[in-house]
Design a protein around this ligand. Structure first.
Ligand code: ZN
Length: 183
């Protein structure tokens, strides 16, 4: 009786092992890995009471420069090492260029070498929303301003401690407010 059970058990065990190892290799690996790093508040879309701005694309076109419009509203990407803020080391806050919602602090900005302003954390998790982006054959997380729905950049899991996140943000999506020196 025992001998009869060994073969089916071995087959079942092998099958389960194959399933366990093969499943993540089918493109889900990066996805689940970055999910481990992201705070729950960012991946679980909680409907917070933050007021949102809904403007027509015509209105946005009037308010923004052509470059800002292309990045913020059409999900464009500026050229690396070309934006206003990738090499900015001044102290202050970075706001959304479209709606002026506060997004990042200079305290979390770091030199990533990628040519875009990089931050290890957001000022408040309720300021942004993350959306899975599968364009260009990659699985990435798009960073969106929660208040106005504008595209800001992407977040990756190769940032410094303690978050291990790298918010790679277009300068064109940001408006820098320099910290005022106390008298
Ligand atoms: Zn905004």
């Amino acid at each position: 009786m025992k001998n009869r059970l060994i073969l089916p058990a071995l087959i079942l065990g092998t099958f389960l092992l194959i399933l366990y190892f093969a499943y993540p290799l089918k493109g889900f690996q990066a996805d689940s890995r970055i999910n481990d790093f992201l705070p729950d508040s960012l991946t679980n879309k909680d409907e917070s009471d933050m007021e949102t701005i809904n403007l027509s694309e015509e209105e946005w076109k009037k308010r923004l420069t052509p470059e800002q419009y292309q990045v913020l509203r059409e999900k464009g990407t500026e050229r690396p090492f070309a934006g206003l803020y990738w090499d900015n080391h001044e102290k202050g806050t970075y706001k959304c260029a479209a709606c002026k919602s506060e997004l990042f602090s200079s305290d979390t900005k770091f030199d990533s070498g990628c040519g875009w302003p990089s931050f290890s954390d957001v000022s408040s998790s309720s300021a942004i929303e993350l959306r899975k982006d599968s364009s260009f054959g990659m699985i990435r997380f798009e960073v969106i301003c929660k208040k106005c729905g504008s595209h800001l950049g992407h977040v990756f899991d190769d940032g410094p401690e303690p978050t291990h996140l790298r918010y790679c943000i277009n300068s064109a999506s940001l408006h820098f407010k320099k910290e005022e020196k106390k008298p």
